[in-house]
Design a protein around this ligand. Structure first.
Ligand code: ATP
Ligand code: MG
Length: 237
């Protein structure tokens, strides 16, 4: 095996190893957090300037500990292996449930949701829950790209053995030199972004034997095109 040639077996054991390591770090981190809290409680009964300075430092440490903990939790969620539970599903209904979920916030942010669904779309053999997660990640990004409002246009259509989902927004768009980066793990331009949303969506879609691609013009919005097989089992054979 060459250095650049990691197969899926290696990747699985790497994932297991990494998940184990994360758990090992999370436990002592938890103990540190509890002890910091106890220390802070002890200091609350004293009132000297020195004690309140110490208390401030402890809170700073607590904040960092909880930041580390959430980095590790995000990583665990990302590194875990997906077990696909394939079932016959209507992709328009799957998209609808994601749009229903985000529509209250979209309305608040003056985002109009426009749907162009192909009603004759064949049923697909996919894991609808996991596909929902991938769609939610892409649609949330579209929503976050339109802080001043705009349009979220979701279209579906079928071609041959595949169905296509086009998710377009009229948001800020992505500069052409950044497009290569957006699927990279931990790449984020947001204050509170983990940069795991799109890599997770890509992984889910690829594990379902599909593809995701992007078209974006800076300042004009972005379009994500998701291709999924009608029968992902058939693609394996
Ligand atoms: N529809 C979009 N419009 C503009 N930029 C986008 C869009 N989708 C993704 N991006 C860019 O790609 C980056 C990576 O997206 P990704 O979903 O992986 O992480 P995130 O949204 O920053 O954080 P998280 O999803 O973890 O909350 C974003 O920070 C943003 O810069
Ligand atoms: Mg995101």
């Amino acid at each position: 095996m060459t250095k650049n040639n990691i197969d899926s077996g290696d990747l699985n054991s790497l994932n297991t190893l990494a998940a184990g390591l994360v758990h090992e770090i999370k436990n002592p981190l938890n103990a540190i957090s509890i002890n910091l809290q106890l220390l802070d409680e002890d200091l609350q009964n004293r009132n000297s300037v020195k004690d309140s300075k110490m208390s401030q430092r402890i809170r700073l440490l607590q904040k960092e500990v909880s930041r580390l903990d959430s980095i590790l939790s995000d990583f665990l969620r990302f590194a875990k292996k997906y077990e696909l539970h394939l079932e016959v599903c209507d992709i328009n209904e799957v998209i609808d449930s994601v749009l229903d979920f985000i529509s209250p916030e979209a309305m608040q942010n003056s985002i109009r949701i426009l749907k162009g669904f192909d009603t004759k779309l064949p049923k697909c053999n996919l894991d609808s829950n996991i596909i929902k997660q991938a769609l939610l990640n892409v649609i949330l990004n579209a929503q976050q790209a339109m802080p001043e409002g705009g349009e979220l246009i979701v279209r579906t259509y079928g071609r041959g053995e595949n169905i296509f989902i086009d998710i377009t927004d009229t948001g800020v768009g992505i500069e052409s030199d950044k497009i290569d980066k957006i699927f990279q793990v931990y790449y984020s331009t947001k204050k509170n972004g983990t940069g795991l949303g799109l890599p997770a969506a890509k992984r889910i879609i690829e594990e379902s034997k599909g593809t995701i691609s992007i078209r974006s013009e800076d300042g004009k919005g972005s379009s994500f095109l998701i291709k999924l097989p009608i029968n992902s089992k058939a693609q394996e054979e």
